[in-house]
Design a protein. Structure first.
Length: 144
């Protein structure tokens, strides 16, 4: 028999961010809301949302109130017309051009002065560790 305390899905969302925003809005309105398996779903890049949607769950006793809160929140939300939003001026400067600027040359040379010796040191340490591990294995653990 269905209990009023059972969790039931109230809505689905386009992604984990939207699901958690909806759940947060419901919690702020006094309705306990939960989003499950978002980490698992985030790793399923090729699985479409239809197969494994991001669901927001509430208690069965709060289902009608949660639906009304979601509906009123969507009605009150502002839809942006991105054609009217000032996002600044477009520059035609590429990453390569930015990297060729004189102030970038000091940074790049400083990076290489630090990174190259560090990589060399880490490589030597790794090889030495592998040699020691192989020696220990061959002396003490390898079958005779």
């Amino acid at each position: 028999m269905a209990s009023p305390q059972d969790l039931v899905p109230v809505t689905d969302a386009a992604g984990p961010a939207e699901a958690h925003i909806i759940a947060s809005m419901l919690r702020e309105s006094g309705v306990e809301a939960f989003v499950f398996d978002t980490a698992n779903q985030a790793l399923q890049w090729d699985a479409p949302r239809i197969i494994n949607p991001y669901l927001v769950h509430v208690k069965r006793e709060d289902l009608d109130r949660a639906r009304q809160l979601i509906k009123s929140n969507r009605e009150e939300s502002v839809d942006l017309d991105w054609d009217e939003v000032d996002v600044g001026t477009q520059t035609d400067e590429t990453i390569a051009e930015v990297n060729r600027k004189p102030e970038r040359e000091d940074i790049k040379s400083a990076q290489w002065k630090f990174i190259t010796p560090l990589n060399l040191l880490l490589t030597i340490i790794t090889l030495a560790l592998l040699f020691v591990l192989y020696s220990v294995y061959s002396i003490f653990l390898a079958p005779n």
